[in-house]
Design a protein around this ligand. Structure first.
Ligand SMILES: [Zn+2]
Length: 72
């Protein structure tokens, strides 16, 4: 992906090329919501679930290690 493609996107209303950081299209004035576009941001709610899953995996590994050490 080229550099400019990370910083520009097309207005969903009129198709005009606008800055990726612009809150609204300066061509037609439509507000731009970036949640459905470039995929750089994770959807809300995924990260807490990921952290919980990581904690569970870490706990399982920790318990398995304890069991192994206590029962050689
Ligand atoms: Zn527009």
């Amino acid at each position: 992906m080229a550099f400019h493609e990370l910083h520009e996107r097309l207005c969903p209303t009129c198709g005009h090329r606008i800055s990726a950081t612009a809150p609204k299209c300066f061509n037609c004035g439509a507000y731009v919501n970036d949640e459905d576009d470039d995929g750089d941001d994770e959807p809300r709610g995924r990260r807490p679930i990921f952290m919980l899953a990581s904690a569970v995996v870490a706990a399982v590994i920790y318990i398995a290690a304890l069991v192994y050490l206590l029962n050689p």
